[in-house]
Design a binder for this molecule. Structure first.
Ligand SMILES: C=CCO[C@@H]1O[C@H](CO)[C@@H](O[C@@H]2O[C@H](CO)[C@H](O)[C@H](OCc3cn(-c4n[nH]c(N)n4)nn3)[C@H]2O)[C@H](O)[C@H]1NC(C)=O
Length: 135
């Protein structure tokens, strides 16, 4: 069963955060948190892969502009695993986004689209959402 959430008409401004809390399914292959202007213009595609697209335990981040993927940034050390309950906190900025991960790990990703705010959020794949908080 496809799981997920889509939120539109948001207005997340620079300096504000999006917290995503939930459980990674025990047999998870992948999940993704996407945010941006709409589903074709993503300032961040945050995509942990446990066994997907030939990747094992790799975090893939990317952007999408007018439906075209950008250049992936890959992080080998995912600080969580299948079956974990996690919370990630994405801080939005006009030049970059920072993602606080479990274990005090943090990654950053450039705001390649130059967006001034976030209107769109989606969470999809092998992840059971518990809560979404905007602060
Ligand atoms: C080596 C030559 C080809 O490169 C590969 O090209 C693939 C296609 O673009 C890359 O996979 C895409 O990577 C994107 C980020 O750069 C996205 O993760 C894209 O998946 C989008 C997606 C998947 N799903 C989804 N799958 N399953 C479910 N439930 N939902 N929903 N949206 C993936 O299909 C894949 O990451 C990329 N691999 C490398 C090593 O670069």
């Amino acid at each position: 069963m496809e799981r997920g959430l889509v939120a539109t008409h948001l207005n997340v401004q620079a300096g504000e955060c999006i917290k995503v809390k939930g459980k990674i399914l025990p047999e998870a292959k992948r999940f993704a948190v996407n945010m941006g202007k709409d589903s074709s213009n993503l300032v961040l595609h945050f995509n942990p892969r446990f066994d997907s697209h030939g990747d094992v335990n790799i975090l893939v981040c990317n952007s999408m502009e007018d439906g075209m993927w950008g250049t992936e940034e890959r992080e080998p050390d995912i600080p969580f695993q299948q079956g974990d309950k996690i919370e990630i906190c994405i801080s939005f900025g006009t030049t970059e986004l920072s993602v606080k991960l479990p274990g005090d790990k943090e990654i950053t990703f450039p705001n390649r689209l130059g967006l001034e705010n976030i209107e769109f959020l989606s969470v999809e794949g092998d992840f059971a959402i518990k809560a979404i908080k905007f602060s």
